[in-house]
Design a protein around this ligand. Sequence first.
Ligand SMILES: NC(=O)c1ccc[n+]([C@@H]2O[C@H](COP(=O)([O-])OP(=O)(O)OC[C@H]3O[C@@H](n4cnc5c(N)ncnc54)[C@H](O)[C@@H]3O)[C@@H](O)[C@H]2O)c1
Length: 257
Amino acid sequence: MSYKDPINFDFTGKTAIITGGASGIGRLTGERFAEMGANVVLTDINAEMLEEVAEGIRAKGGKVATVAADIRKYEEVETVRDKAMNVFGAIDILVNCAGGASGRINKVKEEFRNWPVWALDWGIDVNLKGPMYLTRACIGDMIDGGRGGVIIYLGSAVGSRGGGGGSADYATAKAGLMFGMTKSMAQYGAPHNIRCNAVSPGPVLTREAMANTPTLLGRAADPIEVVNLITYLCSDQASFITGSNYAIDAGRACQHR
Ligand SMILES: NC(=O)c1ccc[n+]([C@@H]2O[C@H](COP(=O)([O-])OP(=O)(O)OC[C@H]3O[C@@H](n4cnc5c(N)ncnc54)[C@H](O)[C@@H]3O)[C@@H](O)[C@H]2O)c1
């Protein structure tokens, strides 16, 4: 078995909402969860790519519903929750993959002292408020369903290390998810057997450029390595795990430079 092999659990009968489902880790999580029998609700702001991914899942016999939504807008986030409840009748798993560094995505290269305020807002809105909105929208139905559940936040090694002036919003948002949100929702969800954990990657090869980021082990992750950890944490085998942040970063968060 190689580190590029997927692990397998049975998610038959479980409904999983996955944000950022049009690309990268979210896309692979959706594809894998469908292969493992889950009812998958994929959402993303990129409607066209979202449909392409869903078509691929359906072609392999997977059960998938899609809803295009901007996670910065609470009323759109509610349509994701509604789609899951209307199509599959339950929400068991919420995996928050949508996100990314504002500077890279918005092509901002300013020093922090000149960083556009709209780009700061984008970083916090997408990476912190979005997952908080999803959780706020979905957790009531998870509780009312009475069968427990799992929430995963995608953090980042940058949330532990800091991101310098060029990624301050991203580092701050990710740290908020990895610690404040994860622990708060672990506490809030525990009486209902809803577990909440963060998965915090170092460089992942969803983009080739990530191969240039140094790690102690001298390589970036294959996306399946991150998806395998998400899979395990969502499975019943992880039933004693809640409130924790899991670094999966080849030592990036403890590298001295
Ligand atoms: N790739 C890495 O090296 C790496 C490292 C650490 C953490 N992460 C985190 O893992 C997660 C997934 O990363 P990835 O590399 O797969 O990213 P990706 O760019 O491939 O996918 C992110 C998805 O989020 C969607 N998205 C962006 N803004 C949105 C919005 N407002 N509403 C809804 N959807 C929106 C995008 O359309 C895209 O499909 C992110 O949260 C990222 O911060 C990635």
